[in-house]
Design a protein around this ligand. Sequence first.
Ligand SMILES: [Zn+2]
Length: 271
Amino acid sequence: MDYMVRALRLAERARRTCKPNPAVGAIVVRDDRIVGEGYTQPVGGAHAEIKALEQAGALAHGSVLYVTLEPCSHHGRTAPCVDAVIAAGIREVHVAMVDPSPWVAGRGVERLTQSQIPVSIGSHGDEARQLNEAYLSWVEHGRPLVLGIPAASPRRTALSLNARNLSENGNDLRLDVDRIVFDSDDAEITLTSESWQATLQTLATQQVQSLILVATPERLYELEAGGLVDRVLAADALMDDPASISRMTRQTPDDVPGVFVSESESCLRAS
Ligand SMILES: [Zn+2]
């Protein structure tokens, strides 16, 4: 059995509930048998490693840990996982990828190595990156992951967006992104690339890690060329069902000028 693949499947379960934390899966293996499993709990709850170690109990001593992201090394809302891994007597650790966030950035691996625990890095690293694409954009670039959807008239599209058809590779994007933003098609209030960059940074400070931007094709390609749009999705993601807009709503950003968000009332007012 490929334990890292199993750990990735566990991480997948946390993907929609763990924000703003990354989705992580962890497995404790002893004598080729899984003795503990865990994945990131909703914010403030235990990280994946802690859940897996708890389940393993005393069996963790002398076991091997497989984890999809480097164990954390800092005191955040919870104590550092790396301390728990060392205290549990884990003898070897496999991590799919290092956590590039400024508050970990290799220090978890360093702590393990200093404690004479061998660490191997990189097994299924690409899948691990893919899984936390939005988190990684947020920590590495200081902006949300931006998925563009082209529309001839973004504001009219806001009124006729069928969320049920909003999908990429069969995934319902409503559940995967934190915001849906409609670019203005009014030239006077259209954001320049520069101000759009500032807007994305503001959204990042509000812990928005991913968003869909509905904008004209020209605009999307301009922003994509400027490195501000990660992918442009197919236009057939758009259909009509005004009622669905309110169901997509998360919070409305208060202080982000010039964009229309997927908050039903503001969309309607803006039109
Ligand atoms: Zn942790």
